[in-house]
Design a protein around this ligand. Structure first.
Ligand code: PLP
Length: 353
């Protein structure tokens, strides 16, 4: 194996796709017209926000008004918090969470209350788990304005079962609940709960994005299913002159090429299995079950600095987490087969030095 396989940095630390979007996206980009670049979409005049919101509503059996479009799920999270959280309000978030959940309430003078996850096993593999009893007791005590659940969660990679989710939503009827499904699709493509849960819980919003599964992070496009009580948010987020037409067209091309994404996800799944196997063999390493496009791996803390340096010299970046909940864990974004193989071989070579 050559020492430095890649001439440029391989970013396996940012949860972006290394495979890229459907090749049909590139075909489309070569044909973009003046109308798509220079004109407003004028869809609002037809009584809908856009072709994309119309399409998603139809696919899922919703009224178009229940679909919110956003510049990814970061954008809708920010808008939700800015619209509903006032100075002194609490939001309830996982302790083991994406860093932005920890910041966003402070932008409006609110603050966080955290619920911890527990550790267990799924299919014999170590996993973080949502502890719904605990979550409900913290909810009852704190009565937050907004509750966030991430499924799959970043950086732990676990998801919540639809039964646990139902129990929790049932307990949280007095608050707005956001389910962040940014990593939807990698571990399961189940959509069966979306419409029934939205119908039953009018304070619920389920957020999805084209950034991860569909590999369009640079196009900044996402969507949400919003419950009937979230009328103000629907108004707050509407852009009457339209959205990014090119991004929307790319998103629709992706929705029409699920076969491509299934193939990519299958390759990633094979590599997850390879990582579970290979990391489990290494002394002091624990891989965690992942339903996302990344995997958390606990590693001996004494090697962190040197391993980081060793991998960087090979142009490989993985994320050595350094936050309250995670001091010894790393988060590895699943790369291509070639990248993943090179990464595990490099780690083994480092350990055998
Ligand atoms: C859990 C989670 N939610 C949301 C986002 C934001 O993604 P985007 O704004 O690209 O949709 C990220 C980004 O990494 C994430 O990890």
């Amino acid at each position: 194996m050559s020492e430095k396989k890649y001439k440029t940095i391989q970013y396996l630390d940012r949860n972006e796709s290394q495979y890229g979007p459907s090749p049909k996206c590139y075909d489309y980009l070569k044909t973009v017209s003046i109308e798509e670049l220079s004109w407003y979409s004028r869809d609002f005049a037809r009584g809908v926000k856009s072709k994309l919101s119309e399409r998603i509503a139809k696919d899922f059996g919703f009224k178009e008004t229940q679909i919110i479009l956003s510049y990814g799920s970061e954008d809708i999270l920010k808008q939700l918090i800015h619209r509903y959280v006032m100075r002194g309000d609490k939001i309830l978030i996982p302790k083991e969470a994406w860093w932005y959940y920890k910041k966003v309430a402070y932008e409006v003078g609110g603050f966080n209350v955290e619920y911890p996850m527990i550790k267990g096993k799924i299919d014999g593999i170590d996993s973080y788990l949502y502890d719904v009893d605990k979550m409900i007791s913290i909810y009852d005590r704190e009565r937050p304005r907004v509750v966030i659940i991430a499924s799959p969660n970043n950086p732990t990679g676990n998801k919540i079962s639809s039964e646990d989710l139902y129990r929790f939503l049932d307990a949280c009827r007095g608050s707005i609940v956001m389910i962040d499904e940014a990593y939807w699709g990698f571990g399961s493509m189940d959509n069966s709960y979306v419409k029934p849960y939205l119908d039953e819980f009018p304070n619920l919003i389920i957020c999805r994005t084209f950034s991860k599964y569909f590999a369009l992070a640079g196009s900044r496009i996402g969507f949400s299913f919003a419950g009937n009580n979230l009328e103000e948010l629907k108004g707050f987020t509407t852009r009457y002159l339209g959205y990014n037409l090119v991004s929307e067209n790319l998103a629709m091309i992706c929705l029409d090429d699920i076969e491509y994404y299934k193939k990519v996800t299958q390759m990633m799944q094979e590599d997850k299995e390879m990582f579970y196997r290979e990391f489990s063999k290494l002394d002091g390493f624990t891989p965690y079950k992942s339903y996302a496009n990344f995997m958390m791996v606990d590693m001996p803390s004494k090697i962190r600095k040197d391993l980081d340096k060793f991998l960087k010299e090979r142009n490989l970046l993985i994320k050595f987490l350094d936050e309250e909940a995670f001091k010894t864990e790393t988060r590895i974004t699943l790369g291509t087969k070639e990248q993943n193989k090179y990464l595990i071989e490099s780690i083994k070579e480092f350990l055998n030095k």
